[in-house]
Write a protein that binds this ligand. Sequence first.
Ligand SMILES: Nc1nc2c(ncn2[C@@H]2O[C@H](COP(=O)(O)OP(=O)(O)OP(=O)(O)O)[C@@H](O)[C@H]2O)c(=O)[nH]1
Ligand SMILES: [Mg+2]
Length: 335
Amino acid sequence: MTEGNFVDYVKLFVSSGNGGKGSIHLHREKFITKGGPDGGDGGRGGHIIIKANKQLWTLYTFKFKKHFSAGHGGDGSKNRSSGEQGKDEIIEVPLGTVVRNTTTNEVLFEITEANQEKILLKGGLGGRGNWHFKSATRQTPRYAQPGIEGATIQITLELKVLADVGLVGFPNAGKSTLLATLTSAKPKIADYEFTTLKPNLGIVNYRDYRSFVMADIPGIIEGAAEGKGLGHYFLRHIERNSILLFVIPADTKDLKAEFEILFNELKKYNPELLDKQYMVVLSKADLLDDELKKEYIKEMKTLFAELPHLIISSATKFHLTELKDALWNLLTVKK
Ligand SMILES: Nc1nc2c(ncn2[C@@H]2O[C@H](COP(=O)(O)OP(=O)(O)OP(=O)(O)O)[C@@H](O)[C@H]2O)c(=O)[nH]1
Ligand SMILES: [Mg+2]
């Protein structure tokens, strides 16, 4: 799947730095023949650090770079001077990145906040120089500790899009068109199913310079939770959205049934999704004449009495301001 630059799953090899060797050195100076031990400590190896970068939206950069190594610590030297610390390697990832150990599949941590930083792999400790090992009975120790080696592991980065609003609907419902109309995103739009193969993100500018992030994902069909269509792979992207916006096209065969299928697929995939806030829109309202419009308004009132709902059209921009208002209200009520 190569639509756009959206990459949401990568495997990387990371190695932290080795600790430097402790030094074995005996102090020498003019006129001092028997100086004591003065070998300094090795520097610690560099850590591998994972850091949030909120300007990033995908794991695209890792398509080309998959190996990361931190620097090794320098060796200790005379005059108790410590070796330099190995350079830390900082790997920047988008918010919403889940970091796993590939071998054990264990989730190590998730990056969810701006500027969050986590040490993924510690650099090896530097060895202690010989001056530490001086004792009453051993005046000139001729050994020092070696540095501890860094470690290498394989990690899997998986991105779960962190958008405020996630669009959920059957293929062809008009999700991408809505995203393209409300934001400057340019998702592919076409009159066939599964036009969208990867999530798209856009920023909705709201009144007075406020904004929120909207994401569209590939269409969901019955059986998606069990792996039908593209559903399963992408449902994880809505796990992190604050609001789910159900998009049902006005030319649907059955409004109620379509909503229920979508709702059930989400529930089967992850029941916790049901704790989110929802809103339902009937899209493509320009396809309806006035009479049908009235009927749908009535039907939605009955079906979705508890939920915020609207009839909209991306084509004519009908009710789009109302939609933004409603989404903003939901977002701010929750916060
Ligand atoms: N008349 C009308 N057609 C629309 C409207 N919104 C979208 N469409 C059309 O519906 C078709 C599907 O639109 P998309 O936005 O690609 O639908 P999608 O839900 O993203 O579809 P997938 O990516 O396949 O899941 C396209 O031919 C659009 O031009 C609308 O408001 N009015
Ligand atoms: Mg689409």
